[in-house]
Design a binder for this molecule. Structure first.
Ligand code: PMP
Length: 460
């Protein structure tokens, strides 16, 4: 076979890709007809593809490249660690400096008494750890019947069997049986499901479903509740203000563990190190990944409070991954955290760029297709609708219009994603005000083009 490189003609790369590479969350035969877009380089917030386009990445890859692309410091940290100690594990009473240093740094950054870290290779793996850890915790406390975990419909916690079971993506559940003992309550998506209620009433109603579910199952059967502080893959759903205080009240009342999945929200995305600070939550466990290494290395983990760590520490927890605390991933994550901290990236998001983005992004509601615009820090979404007054959905199958808009964004060299008919953004945290202007300009242009297509096709 010829050696492939970024200089290989695009058509050849596409042919080989279609022949051998199975893409995640993709209809691979449709992709074969169309051909994948091949990304070759990246710098800051900008991607280059094999056809010479420069694309503004308003998704930070998969919500992960918080520090931006192309940071030499991170490749050097990886190279140094690869030379010193490319691999060792932390099983069987051994440890190594990168894992020690990173866990101490995370304990310093995490709120409250979240002082202990169990490492994984990804967010999915970390949530599998959580599933097993909370059940082991209650067993160790002599309450093995407390093993039900409650998640939310349209929540996303990953793709492994455990994580997808905790999540509430029906299309994923349909492709494989979910783990026993996991229940779901409805999401706080006022735009789609709020009916005649005010957002505040609806937020309370949805939070109280947690209490109803606990009472239905029996309070002594429930181990934990898991949720994303802001749902990401479900469409950047920002809960009404009434929601989280009520959830916290219920979790406290019944003494169940709260797992905050900070895989997207963590490491500055909402303008604080963690979204639990932005929303005033007190989780017992936080799931982390993505922004931890800004996506430069695959690494995730669970940050665990003192009490849970103490109980788990009292038994041998029969769990771990070959790459738990991988030294190269830990070294890169540490360097990434150093850069985020020393360059005051999160402070700048909170005080300057997020307020600027919020103002511009929320102004998109003046567009005829946009019903609501919601944004927290550097993650936002707009709901596309044929009628904002009634919060109507399009007659076409859900996602048809979002897909058209996503394609328009692509052709305008802007990466936005669609979740059904919501358009979402989550740019690198280093995005500048000038780049925010470009993002908004291209988004508007794409919305205008989508609007024209919908009229032409009689879709609205
Ligand atoms: N939790 C959340 C909230 C996520 O958004 C994701 C990934 N999008 C995951 C978990 C799973 O992480 P990974 O893809 O690294 O397994």
């Amino acid at each position: 076979m010829t050696l492939l490189s970024v200089n290989t003609p695009t058509e050849e790369l596409r042919r080989v890709d279609a022949a051998h590479h199975m893409h995640p969350f993709t209809n691979n035969s449709e992709l074969e007809d169309k051909g994948a877009r091949i990304i070759t380089r990246a710098e800051g917030c900008w991607l280059s593809d094999s056809e010479g386009n420069r694309i503004l990445d308003a998704m930070a890859g998969l919500w992960c490249v918080n520090i931006g692309y192309g940071r030499e410091e991170l490749s050097q940290a990886a190279a140094r660690q690869m030379s010193d100690l490319p691999y060792y594990n932390t099983f069987f009473q051994t440890s190594h400096v990168p894992a020690i240093a990173l866990s101490a740094k995370l304990a310093e950054l995490a709120p409250g008494d979240l002082n202990h870290v169990f490492f994984a290779g990804s967010g999915s793996e970390a949530n599998d750890t959580n599933l097993r850890m909370v059940r082991t915790y209650w067993q160790a406390k002599g309450q093995p019947e407390r093993n039900v975990i409650i998640g939310r419909w349209n929540g996303y916690h990953g793709s492994t069997v455990g994580a997808m079971s905790l999540g509430g993506m029906k299309g994923m559940h349909a492709q494989g049986g979910i783990v026993d003992g996991i229940e779901h309550i409805d999401q706080p998506n006022w735009w789609l499901e709020g009916g005649d209620m005010s957002p505040e009433e609806f937020g309370l109603e949805r939070a109280r479903q947690l209490e109803e579910k606990i009472l239905e199952l029996g309070p002594d059967k429930v181990a934990a509740f898991i949720a994303e502080p802001v749902q990401g893959a479900g469409g950047v759903i920002v809960a009404p203000d009434s929601y989280w205080p009520e959830i916290q009240r219920i979790v406290d009342k019944y003494g169940i563990l709260l797992i905050a999945d900070e895989v997207i929200c963590g490491f500055g995305r909402t303008g604080n190190w963690f979204a639990t600070e932005t929303l005033g939550l007190r989780p017992h466990i936080m799931t982390i990944a993505k922004g931890l290494s800004s996506g430069y290395q695959p690494i995730g983990g669970s940050i665990v409070c003192d009490e849970v760590a103490e109980v788990i520490g009292g038994v041998e927890f029969n769990h771990g991954y070959t790459y738990s605390g991988h030294p190269v991933a830990c070294a890169v994550a540490l360097e990434n955290l150093r850069l985020l901290e020393e360059e005051k990236v999160i402070e700048r998001v909170r005080d300057e760029t997020a307020p600027y983005l919020k103002q511009k992004f929320e102004a998109l509601v003046d567009h005829p297709l946009v019903g609501e615009a919601k944004i927290v820090g550097m993650m936002g979404s707009i709901a596309l609708t044929p009628n904002k007054e009634t919060r109507a959905v399009f007659a076409a199958e859900a996602g048809t219009v979002g897909f058209i808009c996503r394609e328009r964004c692509f052709s305008n060299n802007l990466i936005m994603r669609h979740v059904y008919d919501r358009m979402i953004i989550s740019p690198p945290l280093v995005i500048s005000k000038e780049e925010i202007d470009i993002l908004i300009e291209r988004a508007r242009q794409s919305l205008d083009e989508t609007h024209a297509i919908l009229r032409e096709k009689g879709l609205m």
